[in-house]
Ligand binder design. Sequence first.
Ligand SMILES: NC(=O)c1ccc[n+]([C@@H]2O[C@H](COP(=O)([O-])OP(=O)(O)OC[C@H]3O[C@@H](n4cnc5c(N)ncnc54)[C@H](O)[C@@H]3O)[C@@H](O)[C@H]2O)c1
Length: 431
Amino acid sequence: MTIAFIGHGYVGLVTAAVFADLGNTVWVVGRTKEKIEKLKKGDPLIYEPGLTELVQRNIGAGRLHFTLDYKEAVAPSNVVFIAVGTPSKPNGEADLTSVFAAAEEIGKALVGYKVVVTKSTVPPGTGKKVSEIVNTFKPEGSSFAIASCPEFLREGTGLSDTMHPDRVVIGTNSDRARDILVELHKPIDGKNVLCNVETAELIKYASNSMLATKISFANAISFLAEKVGADVERVLEGVGLDKRIGRSFLYPGVGYGGSCFPKDVKALIAIAGEYGYDFSLLKAVHKVNNEARENFVAKMVRHFGSLKGKRIAVLGLAFKPDTDDMREAPSLDIIASLLDKGASVTVFDPIATEKAKLKLPKAVVYAKDAYEAAKDADAVAVITEWNEFRQLDLVRLAKGMKNLVLFDGRNIYEPAVVRNLGFMYYGIGRM
Ligand SMILES: NC(=O)c1ccc[n+]([C@@H]2O[C@H](COP(=O)([O-])OP(=O)(O)OC[C@H]3O[C@@H](n4cnc5c(N)ncnc54)[C@H](O)[C@@H]3O)[C@@H](O)[C@H]2O)c1
């Protein structure tokens, strides 16, 4: 099949490259000439394990093409996926400006029959609006059907998530579009969920909100565990062994971040509000998430009395390991709070430093590795659980530090082991 993707971010490019690798001819549309030129040369512009090789292989095989021109991409395609960003507006609603702009351009470029699919995360009802826009701009004689195939890939494991998803959601009211999309997804081994457009749109928000709820629940239990003297890791192990509950996403820390959970939770609260439902459960999820960051900094303040003049080494900036994505990363709030309280901050992240520099205050100092970051530090704070931090040589780290204090925002160390090395250890929800 020939297909097109509008947008070449984490979702657009990963999915495009996987579909190309499955033998389809894939066109990717972008907005910026320099970026499209780099993509044509095989630079994916984002960090995602395995993506560079996949993009280069499929460009080489003549299956993956990049263009600024909607007509060049849409005309030969059977299916056009909209995979542009849907960030939060200040009031929490999803900003659909890019989706509607893409719909207009797709409409203008329409030839023959196409299936137009929203892959971006969009509120229920968006498919109808996209349909109206395409309909307004399409040339006479062309036709289309609307569908929603929300994406569930996780950054860091995007390629295998796309090939082996738990499910493939195909929402459309058109039998013809459904058959085309089922055919396209045949080599992908997830179970198909066939439904209407609004159902597909809501499945995505409900899924992300459920995962965010599990994280906030784990964090709320961690707050309580600290008060009652329990170990949250054992508590959640005991809880998660119940097959009805499971352990996944029941991990406490400094809260969820990234480009999806914060915005999707806020958007679902806003969507519910529009329909007259007060989603108080999700409002609490959002509140607990902020508390998780605040409690982490409060531990440092409690330990030192004041953070004025203290040097804190922050390990990990990306919102999670194996990505360079800094959107809504907990590190941003935590570092801002540390600086605000008079601390100086030295940071290290294995991959996200360049993107972090665009978002962090100028006062932050960047180190070339964890050991350099910890040099002369009063404390080390682990915020992202990169694997290389699990394997740190803590004896070497300790040698350069001024005070041996470790704030483990992801519970990646065994408290007893760290304490035996002379550190004061503070984890999340554990003594
Ligand atoms: N990142 C994830 O892990 C993830 C997972 C599942 C779903 N989603 C959803 O998928 C969507 C895309 O997310 P992302 O992380 O890939 O975003 P992103 O910001 O990485 O990429 C968005 C892309 O869209 C392009 N774009 C915007 N407007 C355009 C236009 N009019 N024409 C052409 N290109 C345009 C941008 O240039 C960029 O390449 C969002 O709705 C997001 O919620 C993201």
